[in-house]
Design a protein around this ligand. Structure first.
Ligand code: NDP
Length: 246
């Protein structure tokens, strides 16, 4: 029987796929028919369990330990994906960290780590993956709606990193357009993951829909952008936040 799923034959690399939104993206792209490599920094157990789950469901997935703060590890993850699957069609850059503190107390080491993972890590992923993407290739980053509206105290540095991602995506979209590769940024609002477990009470009043988003809802937008029918969308930052920015 022919496999007519949208991403049949495609290979995706998801940076930061072991938990939360990234794990939702891995599950969704696998369900769409893509073969998957995904990275993690620390959660080897969740990562291996997720890869096994995808394989059990009839898909293909490998988990790679690669800290997005270490450029050589990202480069190695791209190489490993190519070695394992022979091609790379979709790069989803989800790995990110959140360190909250008001600007008058923010530790410089925390600032440097935020920029290393949330900004330099995204640049390095695009830098090393882009040369391998064929026409029809897709780059999708996970930014944040706080790039548009911060809304609560302590999030300035995080918002700065996500605004940088939105700007990088606009430039990369122009650079890669001649090759038929699209580059887009998804800006989730508060989403129920480990990252927000301690902050839900603070951010929920900012969400008109009155609930947190679910990783599968963010993954649905990744799935759309990865498909052929999204080929005219590029350079966009698409916000999905329950009305937070409205
Ligand atoms: P989680 O903390 O729940 O999960 C983060 C994922 O990224 C994990 O798989 C983690 O791997 C991985 N990761 C973290 N740091 C690194 C690193 N240095 N190298 C490689 N992988 C890493 O976060 P969320 O799922 O909530 O967030 C995912 C993305 O979405 C982030 O970019 C975040 O900024 C963004 N976002 C989240 C929102 C939310 O409300 N949750 C809202 C807007 C944006 P490991 O398991 O090994 O730690």
């Amino acid at each position: 029987m022919n496999d007519e799923r949208e991403l049949n034959g495609k290979v995706a690399l998801v940076l930061g796929g072991s938990r939360g939104i990234g794990a939702g993206v891995v599950r969704r792209l696998a369900a769409d028919g893509a073969r998957l490599a995904f990275t993690y920094a620390a959660s080897a157990e969740s990562a291996e369990a997720l890869a096994a789950e995808v394989v059990r469901d009839g898909g293909a997935a490998i988990a790679i330990r690669a800290d997005s703060g270490e450029p050589a590890q990202i480069e190695a993850a791209v190489a490993r994906t190519l070695a394992e699957f022979g091609r790379l069609d979709i790069l989803a850059v989800n790995a990110g960290i959140l360190q909250l503190a008001t600007i008058d107390t923010y530790a410089l080491d925390d600032f440097d780590r935020m920029v290393a993972v949330n900004v330099r890590g995204v640049f390095v992923a695009l830098r090393y993956a882009a040369p391998h993407l064929p026409a029809g290739g897709r780059i999708i980053t996970i930014g944040s709606n706080v790039a548009e509206r911060v809304g609560f105290p302590g999030a300035g540095v995080y918002a700065m990193t996500k605004a940088a991602v939105a700007a990088l995506v606009r430039g990369a979209a122009i650079d890669l357009a001649p090759r038929g590769v699209t580059v887009n940024n998804i800006q989730p609002g508060p989403t129920a993951t480990d990252m927000t477990a301690d902050h839900a009470g603070m951010v929920l009043p900012l969400v008109p829909l009155g609930r947190m988003g679910e990783p599968r809802e963010i993954a649905g937008l990744v799935s759309y952008l990865a498909r052929e029918e999204a080929g005219f969308v590029t350079g966009a930052s698409l916000t999905i936040d329950g009305g937070y920015s409205a």
